[in-house]
Design a protein around this ligand. Structure first.
Ligand code: ZN
Length: 766
């Protein structure tokens, strides 16, 4: 079926089924401005090219390739894989055309050939769009010798180098004069549709450049000398961080002016960005500021880590689109070669691993983009990997773009927090707590969306709960926005050191959100807690569930233990046969306001070894591990215990259950329920007249380290989807296994059964 006619021809059909009628009446499943105001999808050819290039391919050309590049074969591969846009190496470190700039290093085996031009013409002849690929942050020695003042310098004045290359300075004429000239030359010669740049953002945060350009411009901006070293407490270093971010935005804007002036308004320059906020922070690429300027988000995020799994790609897609807009595209480079663990540029990645990374990204709204290094492969298996996924994407294109996600839960983040709270250890302070919640929400099948801390007002009414996973650095303005969110009935779940620091990373005298958390800190100033080593005796801590229910449970009882009984809070559901949970962190006393509940208290460390000594010295304290309060309709859970980070690190199911229980208590009714065995990542979307549900089978991911080699079918699943208000009937179509399960609708919830999921399933409810 040509699904592109959904908005027009078959729309009348939806009106008879119920879902479409309800959506058309404005009764969306969740309050969502984007959905209710979303204009009908314009005819495809009315959109600029970068809004309709849904499938991408890239052969990263090596210097040897010009000798034997088989253009005819690659044209066949483009066709087989149904790509609409390709990325072709043009210039930068290596030029693949005879550049008029004598110091623009031409590929060693180019031999005067205009390979970039030939490939661009071939792609254009085949109806494909072309992004010219740049990689422009370093040069060979001859360039350095000709322009020594354009290059980065360490504190001793020595040039920074990467292998045999010299790293150019982003504050030098290399970026202001030389690169714009190269961009213009490429446009004039070959007319690509746009540009990417693999390493446009210059040298990363690990190194401070002390060249004359940097010293002069930093002093002109700040009145200060460049910081002598990385020191987050030094005001000059903090200003250097902010100044470095601002320069990258200037470069982004400059390059766009250059390419559009030369090639027309749609000749965009799109740089390259990472799916990891920490990676963005390391290279001064502000994801939010860039999103505000980008027409398309080109993502270099090629594979999963064992730590964060395939689900991280769904998270990336949602995070990027929440800032960029769901009407824009976010293609992502996906390695078809083995890219970790182990890095083998010309060996095939196991097809199952590559396929799952693609599928997980597509579920989060990412456009697939296959990526090879080298135009000739002896391991030819990788050529077959992307075709089936991209062919499926083409057939189901209408369901994969222009959609509005449905979720009641927002998972908050900010790059400023990554910088100024994360400092030199964002992995432990920022990424791990976020990932812990991501994993717990996926495991609990609770749809969520990443939400930037500065966008909370924009999303007012969209989420019933916001999660702040150890978001240490919160500004007064952000705290005020969170307060208004709660005043308007929104719930909060916050963990660890949330709000203990200001936006500069300086400790606050008390919690920024003490009034919402209904607890206050004692007099001790906070210290950034470093990551704890697994297995250290000081980590042998627990949380006590209150009240204890030992009297109800079989088992021997210690003489001094109370036989208290009572009703436990619903956030402790599922723990009826235990009075303690493993914890592993440390906690400090807090003053609790009246009216707040403390369902978990801290059990301080006691020895693990020798076993004879392993008994609780202090079984009970009043140090809270979780504080619950109600504020009108809003519920607030403050979990000083960093259970989210513990879950990311130790993967204990108790921690995941506790996190999910607290989120359910705070967020209330969920738009989706999925019952059945397995680890499933769920993404729910709304389109005009229909709902689209992705179910990604991560089950094998939970059993194997990367890479996986086979899929394990799971099911059956009983799925319940809350329909838009007023819808009384629904029809379900399965886009992967192809079928129409029987749907029953009761109390506004459509229920159906999916018999099995191999890698993924996509359900369209109309
Ligand atoms: Zn410099």
């Amino acid at each position: 079926m040509d699904t592109r006619h959904c908005d027009g021809m078959t729309r009348r059909a939806f009106l008879h089924t119920g879902v479409a009628a309800a959506v058309a009446a404005g009764a969306t499943t969740r309050p969502s401005r984007q959905a209710s105001n979303a204009p009908p999808r314009p005819a495809n050819d009315a959109l600029p090219w970068y809004r309709r290039a849904y499938r991408w391919g890239q052969t990263n050309i090596t210097e040897k390739d010009p000798v034997h590049y088989d253009i005819a074969w690659w044209r066949e591969q483009w066709k087989r894989t149904e790509v609409q846009a390709v990325i072709i190496n043009a210039g930068g470190i290596v030029a693949y055309y005879p550049s008029r700039f004598p110091l623009h290093h031409q590929a060693e085996f180019l031999g005067g050939r205009d390979l970039f031009g030939e490939l661009t013409k071939a792609a254009h002849d085949d109806g494909l769009f072309v992004m010219a690929r740049m990689d422009s942050n370093r040069t060979a020695e001859d360039f350095f010798k000709a322009h020594p003042d354009w290059f980065t310098r360490d504190a001793q004045g020595r040039p920074y180098r990467a292998a045999d290359k010299y790293i150019s300075c982003i504050n030098s004429p290399y970026y202001d004069e030389y690169l714009p000239g190269v961009l213009r030359e490429i446009v004039e010669r070959s007319h690509p549709d746009g540009f990417t740049d693999n390493s446009w953002a210059g040298m990363g945060r690990e190194s401070i450049c002390y060249c004359d350009n940097c010293a002069r411009t930093f002093r002109a901006r700040t009145g200060k000398a460049l910081p002598r070293k990385a020191d987050w407490d030094d005001p000059a270093y903090r200003e250097w961080i902010q100044w470095s971010y601002a320069r990258r935005i200037s470069v982004w804007e400059l390059n766009n002016r250059v390419t559009r002036d030369a090639g027309g308004p749609d000749c965009i320059w799109a740089g390259m960005n990472s799916g990891s906020v920490t990676a963005q922070a390391r290279s001064f690429r502000d994801l939010k500021e860039i999103s505000a300027r980008a027409d398309i988000m080109m993502l270099d995020h090629q594979r999963r880590d064992d730590d964060t799994g395939f689900q991280q790609n769904g998270d990336t897609g949602k995070r990027v689109h929440e800032m960029l807009g769901w009407d824009k595209l976010a293609p992502e480079s996906m390695a078809m070669y083995q890219s970790g663990p182990g890095y083998y540029r010309v060996a095939s990645k196991p097809a199952a691993e590559a396929r799952m990374w693609m599928i997980a990204g597509i579920a989060g709204g990412i456009q697939p983009w296959w990526h090879y290094v080298g135009a000739y492969q002896e391991d030819r298996r990788m050529y077959r990997t992307p075709g089936p996924v991209l062919t499926w994407c083409k057939a189901n294109e209408a369901f994969l773009v222009d959609r509005t996600p449905i979720a009641t839960v927002g998972l908050a983040w900010s790059q400023r927090n990554t910088d100024f709270f994360g400092r030199d250890d964002p992995g432990d302070r920022v990424d791990a707590p976020y990932a812990g919640f991501m994993h717990a929400l996926v495991r609990a099948r609770i749809p969520y969306l990443p939400v930037h801390l500065d966008d909370i007002e924009r999303h007012a009414g969209r989420f019933t709960a916001l999660i702040l996973p150890n978001v240490g650095a919160i500004s007064d303005a952000q705290a005020a926005a969170l307060r208004r969110f709660v005043q308007n009935g929104g719930s909060l779940v916050a963990t660890g050191q949330t709000g203990m620091y200001d936006e500069r990373g300086d400790p606050r005298p008390d919690l920024a959100l003490a009034d919402l958390f209904r607890c206050r800190r004692g007099t001790a100033a906070p210290k950034l807690r470093e990551g704890t080593r697994q297995g250290a005796q000081s980590d042998h801590t627990y949380l006590r569930l209150t009240p204890e229910l030992r009297a109800r449970v079989d088992g021997p009882k210690a003489g001094d233990e109370p036989s208290a009984v009572g009703e436990r809070h619903e956030v402790l559901r599922g723990f009826d046969e235990t009075d303690i949970l493993p914890y592993g962190g440390t906690l400090s006393p807090l003053t609790i306001d009246t009216g707040a509940l403390v369902p978990l208290t801290f059990v301080p460390p006691f020895p693990t070894y020798p076993p004879e000594t392993s008994w609780m010295r202090q079984p009970k304290t009043d140090v809270p591990g979780l504080v619950l309060s109600e504020h009108g309709r809003a519920r607030v859970a403050f979990m000083p215990a960093d259970i989210d980070r513990r879950y990311a690190r130790e993967h204990l199911p108790d921690h995941a259950r506790l996190l999910a229980n607290v989120v359910r208590w705070a967020a209330g009714r969920q738009p989706l329920s999925v019952e059945g065995p397995g680890l499933i990542d769920c993404h729910l979307y709304e389109q005009p007249g229909q709902l689209v549900l992705h179910l990604v089978n991560l089950t094998s991911e939970g059993t194997w380290r990367a890479p996986i080699d086979e899929f394990i079918r799971v099911g059956p699943f009983k799925v319940g989807v809350r329909l838009p208000a007023g819808a009384a009937r629904a029809r379900a179509r399965l886009l992967v296994s192809v079928g129409e399960p029987r749907v029953t609708v009761l109390n506004g919830v459509a229920t159906f059964v999916i018999e099995g999921i191999l890698d993924h399933e996509v359900v369209v409810l109309t």
